[in-house]
Design a protein around this ligand. Structure first.
Ligand code: NAD
Length: 348
């Protein structure tokens, strides 16, 4: 059986990536749409063969409770709306897949996790990188210590955002600027590939004075994370530079470099290792897959087999705790110790 998804919010990500991906999924299928724009929804419903009874708006959204075609509600709204729609969806008795960042604050994440637990439904955060083959391969290589011990990571995720009227520049809807939107990938992917939690963070943040784009949210954040055994990560995210999405893991006997690391496609994994007095470089040609389809099929599999997803709500909460520490460090100009996360993710 293919698990039925209701997609909430018909914006860029839903239209360009999620709906086409669902068409090609093995374990997941589109079952319903939720949108405040009737004209857009009608067009999309016709395109994807969704009947008018399976189209909802934000007011009658709670009626999904009675729709047997829908197993999962996938929240693809601005970040500041995630909490409300996750909690209402859980109350409707549906499993929840929620886009990243999970919410605006760690406290909101705690409420969302509690609501899903209370309703007895699964909650997964859409961290597609965890289901992307190049990033997974790199993590496997690190786990096998093929390049010796990891010593430090350099990560960067930056792009140009230019529309001042967009919700991404409004604090209430976005929660923050470059950090929760794209810097989150450096944070979350570094934790994923190292399979470890930072013990301390130290950050610097900047917004160009007078630029209306950054009146409410930050333009850039650069931060360092210190893990156990002196492993160190240096990350930068920026909202006003040409697209740049990569990271490099520096190990004792070589390095691994992933270009387009956080992009939807185009990943290139390159390695270099000491070979006597020389250096041997290699391009690991790994086949690309649809990351969004893989992520949804993972959640569907968890539902079919009653398993906990690999990126549950706790994963989103962890990132929000860390992002709050990063902002605090930038504000106070000093390192912040992270308490209570442990050296490993407790749910794995
Ligand atoms: P978008 O602006 O293209 O779409 C947002 C949708 O929400 C629109 O359909 C809009 O009509 C609707 N909406 C409802 N209430 C709104 C309000 N008050 N203000 C503005 N829009 C409102 O955004 P998007 O790029 O599709 O992002 C949606 C979510 O997906 C965000 O949480 C974002 O972080 C996440 N996202 C994730 C990825 C990924 O790779 N996983 C990529 C892009 C976006």
């Amino acid at each position: 059986r293919r698990i039925g998804y209701a997609i909430v919010g018909l914006g860029h990500l839903s239209l360009e990536e999620l709906l086409p991906a669902l068409n090609n999924c093995k374990k997941s299928k589109l079952a319903a749409l939720v949108s405040a724009s009737p004209d857009k929804m009608k067009k999309v419903a016709q395109q994807y063969g969704i009947s008018p009874e399976n189209c909802y708006d934000y007011k009658n959204y709670d009626r999904l409770k009675d729709n047997k075609d829908v197993d999962v509600i996938y929240i693809v709204l601005p970040n500041g709306l995630h909490k409300e729609f996750v909690i209402r969806g859980a109350k409707a008795g549906k499993h929840i897949l929620c886009e990243k960042p999970m919410a605006n604050t760690a406290d909101e994440c705690r409420d969302m996790i509690a609501a899903c637990n209370k309703a007895g439904v699964k909650l997964m955060i859409a961290y597609r990188i965890h289901y992307q083959p190049h990033n997974r391969k790199l993590r496997e290589i690190l786990t096998a210590k093929e390049f010796g011990l990891v010593k430090y990571v350099e990560a960067s995720n930056s792009q140009s955002t230019a529309n001042v009227d967009h919700w991404r520049h409004k604090k209430a809807l976005a929660g923050g600027g470059a950090l929760p939107d794209i810097g989150l990938y450096c944070l979350n992917t570094t934790r994923f590939i190292l399979d470890a939690e930072p013990e301390e963070v130290f950050a610097y943040s900047y917004s160009t004075p007078g630029n209306p784009l950054f009146a409410e949210v930050e333009e850039m954040v650069s931060w360092q994370m210190r893990f156990a055994n002196g492993i160190y990560a240096s990350c930068t995210t920026h909202y006003d530079v040409h697209e740049s999405r990569h990271y490099r893991v520096n190990c004792q006997k070589g390095w691994l470099h992933l270009d387009k690391a956080y992009a939807y496609k185009g990943q290139k994994l390159k390695t270099a290792r000491a070979d006597g007095m020389l250096e041997r470089q290699e391009d690991l040609g790994i086949a690309e897959i649809d990351q969004f389809g893989a992520e949804m099929d993972h959640f569907s599999d968890c539902i079919l087999k009653n398993k906990k997803p690999f990126t549950p709500g706790e994963e989103g909460l962890q990132d929000h705790i860390l992002m709050e520490a990063i902002y605090q460090s930038a504000k106070e100009g000093k390192p912040i110790k992270i308490k209570g996360l442990g050296s490993k993710n407790t749910w794995r």
